[in-house]
Design a protein around this ligand. Structure first.
Ligand SMILES: *Cc1c(COP(=O)(O)O)cnc(C)c1O
Length: 465
């Protein structure tokens, strides 16, 4: 049988598999090169990305050419995210099984929206939902939506809260929108993550309408400063402050909020995993009293990117908020993932999440989370011997520190970043420059921390003169 030329080429590449072999060999080279590669690309390698500034070719390329180009110019311009010395933001690594499974699942290319478009994804979403509820100690009946990250999970949780609060007030927000709706009070603390502000704007609430709760020196909401709540309140709390790693006092705050009939959403992007660790679970005590939660797979759990989860104990509220209708949608008796998320067609991301959970098991997750904390304590101990001021209680995986002056702090961050030996970010804390170090990769060893401490010490000597 003869096919048109474009199709012939693709059938041939699928049959020969040489492009997959090529990708595999680049990937192996990458994995083996990680310990030696600069954690952040050199200015020259970044400049070389100009190689991609070209007009789109008229005629087709071969798969080999495309991969070659990406490897040649793209690989040297990557961040060594899967290595042990990337401490920026709260970006996690990726455990080996999750990467392997992602490769396989990428070949499957499953559309994860419906049971009918991917029974395997639907099944694994159900399994992950059950495991997560158990691991995190959430109420039975809590449902999960699998989204791109915590920003999206926050959007879903807050949309569910918005739906429920207005429904209870006799207002169907899906049908009537927010014009003329009874007021919803948004109560959030000063140190809430930027993504919450983003989602509140998207939900039509407006940042200026937020009733701010002051936070303490560890970036936790001060329970006594929470205003009188009522059933029109959406209260937003945090498990893991991005700077300090601090956790709100859920036990006290949630009891009070529940009595008032408020909806409580907990942003636990990286911190919620403390619940899965015996040594750290005291930090999340009381989270089960909330109404909705968001958490990332791609941070503390070390799944590959594009893995966030919204958990909600009010299934009707979440599903109603994410309402989907259309005559062509065929629902099943099984879990139809699109009922729980904004997207319809979506990557079957529960597959990597399932793989990561299965691979680590309860003990492995506990060990990994505990390991982040231990490495963070090791950093704290080393930094405390230097001419630096520690700014946080290292309760989890975040270490916050600053030098004697603003200028030294900023120069120190720049010198460390330029070294290419590790990467950490500058931040602002109580109006002054600070350095934030996040231990969030399974691959970070004690030796990596030693190496990082030596580097910080020598950079400090250099910039502090
Ligand atoms: C990272 C983070 C977010 C945003 O999550 P994404 O996965 O980046 O969308 C929200 N809240 C906190 C506390 C975070 O650390």
């Amino acid at each position: 049988m003869s096919h048109p030329e474009y199709q012939q080429k693709m059938f041939q590449e699928m049959e020969e598999k040489s492009i997959f072999e090529q990708a595999r060999s680049y990937a192996y080279e990458y994995i083996d090169g990680i310990p030696e590669m600069p954690v952040f690309p050199s200015p020259e390698n970044i400049k070389n990305l100009q190689a991609f500034d070209e007009p789109l070719n008229e005629s087709s390329s071969t798969g080999r050419e495309v991969l070659e180009k990406l490897h040649k110019w793209g690989t040297p311009a990557t961040i060594a995210q899967i290595g042990g010395r990337y401490f920026g933001f709260v970006n996690g690594g990726a455990v080996p099984a999750s990467l392997g499974v992602k490769w396989l699942a990428d070949v499957w290319d499953q559309c994860g929206g419906l049971y009918l478009t991917s029974p395997i994804n639907s099944k694994l979403e159900q399994v992950c939902e059950k495991w997560l509820v158990e691991l995190l100690g959430l109420p039975q009946g809590t449902v999960a939506g699998f989204v791109s990250g915590t920003s999206m999970a926050n959007l879903c949780g807050l949309a569910a809260g918005r739906f429920r609060i207005l429904k209870n007030a006799g207002w169907d927000v899906n049908a009537k929108g927010l014009y003329g709706a009874p007021a919803v009070r948004i109560v959030a603390h000063e140190q809430i993550h930027a993504s919450i502000k983003k989602t509140l704007s998207m939900l039509g609430f407006g940042i200026e309408n937020i009733e701010w709760v002051p936070s303490d020196e560890q970036g936790r909401a001060i329970p006594e400063k929470i205003p009188e709540l009522d059933s029109s309140c959406l209260l937003i709390l945090q498990a893991g402050n991005v700077n300090t790693g601090g956790f709100d006092d859920f036990v006290n705050i949630c009891d009070k909020a529940n009595k008032a009939g408020a909806w409580i959403h907990i942003d636990g992007a990286f911190g919620l995993w403390a619940a899965a660790s015996k040594s750290r679970s005291h930090l999340t005590r009381g989270i089960e009293k909330a109404s909705s939660w968001s958490v990332d797979g791609h941070k503390t759990l070390n799944t590959p990117y594009d893995s966030g989860i919204v958990l909600c104990k009010d299934e009707e509220a979440l599903v109603s908020a994410m309402q989907a209708s259309g005559e062509y949608i065929i629902y099943s008796d099984y879990k139809d993932p699109l009922l729980y998320t904004p997207e319809m067609s979506k990557r079957s991301r529960a597959i990597e999440l399932w793989a990561t959970l299965k691979y680590l098991g309860k003990q492995g997750i506990d060990d990994m989370v505990t390991g982040f904390h231990m490495r963070a304590k090791q950093l704290e101990a080393g930094l405390s011997t230097m001419d630096l001021e520690l700014l946080n209680e290292v309760v989890f995986n975040q270490v916050l520190v600053r030098a004697r002056t603003e200028e030294i702090t900023k120069n120190l961050v720049a010198a460390i970043q330029e070294s290419g030996e590790c990467w950490l970010a500058g931040t602002s804390w109580n109006g002054t420059a600070a350095i934030r170090i996040s231990v969030c990769s399974w691959a970070t060893t004690e030796a990596d921390i030693e190496h990082t401490l030596d580097l910080i010490q020598s950079c400090l000597q250099e910039v502090a003169v």
